[in-house]
Write a protein that binds this ligand. Sequence first.
Ligand code: ADP
Ligand code: MG
Length: 411
Amino acid sequence: MATTTPNHACDFCGKSKEDVEKLIVGEHSAICNDCIDLCVDILKDENIKKNHGDQQLLNPSSIKDYLDEYVIGQDEAKIVLSVAVSQHFKRINNPSKDIRLEKTNMLLLGPTGCGKTMMVRKVAEFLNVPFAICDATSITEAGYVGDDVESILLQLINAADGDIKKAERGIVYIDEIDKIARKGENLSITRDVSGEGVQQALLKLIEGGLVRVPFSGKRKHPGGDAQEIDTGSILFICGGAFVGLDKIIEKRLHSRSVGFHSEISTKQQKKNYYNLASTRDVIQFGFIPEFVGRFGLLANVNELEIDDLVRVLKEPKNSLIKQYQYIFKLDHIELQFEDAALSMIAKKAKELETNARGLKNIIEKVLLPYQFDAVNLVSRGLKKILISTDTIAGTSPAIMIFNKTVNEKTK
Ligand SMILES: Nc1ncnc2c1ncn2[C@@H]1O[C@H](COP(=O)(O)OP(=O)(O)O)[C@@H](O)[C@H]1O
Ligand SMILES: [Mg+2]
């Protein structure tokens, strides 16, 4: 490309070199910076269409297949999520002139560490749409115009590399939504107004509208110091543990006259009550009906049992075991866990009642001394570390296998 010359003008818009910031001149033509920006936008739009227009990508069963590679169990939640996401993008890709297609947001209930956040993150990754996570507890009543709501949207805009159009088709996950429920024994009398205020603030965001978000960073923006983003097509998924919701459901089922429902309730395991959650129960839990009304879809994740936790350790595409094996491999060490050791890790995590969340801590603690010593051990010929139940229990160090077929136990 040749350098700019004073006589040239942009072949696209006709502006001369003096009227633009930069003019790039080729052998036979020239283009100004404004026209380049425009072209980039057009190409980005095309990309969005390509990403969302793909029917196969929006086939709920393809979405679930992808989730299956990473998330163990939680079939019901995966199906509801796949359908919700698929419908959402079909709706925003094909707006109808005759029928007003309402947005359906989703509420994910269930214990901590069972994959709620992970599932939503993976869906966003699969669809290649921007994704932001925030915590409902960080949103204040004044949230709609305050920093907090803006920061969620700014996070989304950043995830979209500053492309507002792309951000407007993103997914926002709001965690710990149960923490903004009204509190109090008798909800109709003891109204916790602050919880309700936050719900109202969030409702405005979810219902959709234009929100002004200040630009971040040092880049100067000719259009002013803030950008407008329309939240109308953003998919909001809220998640929370909803501790105590099972009691509300149980009470509802028991209060019905003897018959089918009370039979279910006596047979139902306590943890499975969440499967029967209805919008009514969520309102009773302390949410305003308008808020719950915006969440047409409810799904729940289940507690992970010991067998599930063992699968979480081994099976996902990026399972913890695979990750640690990879890290040790970088030091040329083969890392192996006995099956019984994996079960023991799972049992320990189960005792902590943190579901899959506790697994990493347990493994990290066990492996730390070996990670610390790895380089020295390799220089002494170490090629394999075998983790047994004794290592997990802390009663005996890992079995170290050295190159010269020397089995050595180290401290
Ligand atoms: N069902 C699951 N399958 C695979 N990994 C899981 C599952 N549930 C949780 N995990 C692991 O635990 C971590 C924490 O889970 P997360 O999705 O944040 O739980 P939640 O949002 O329900 O509290 C995840 O990053 C993932 O590594
Ligand atoms: Mg979470």
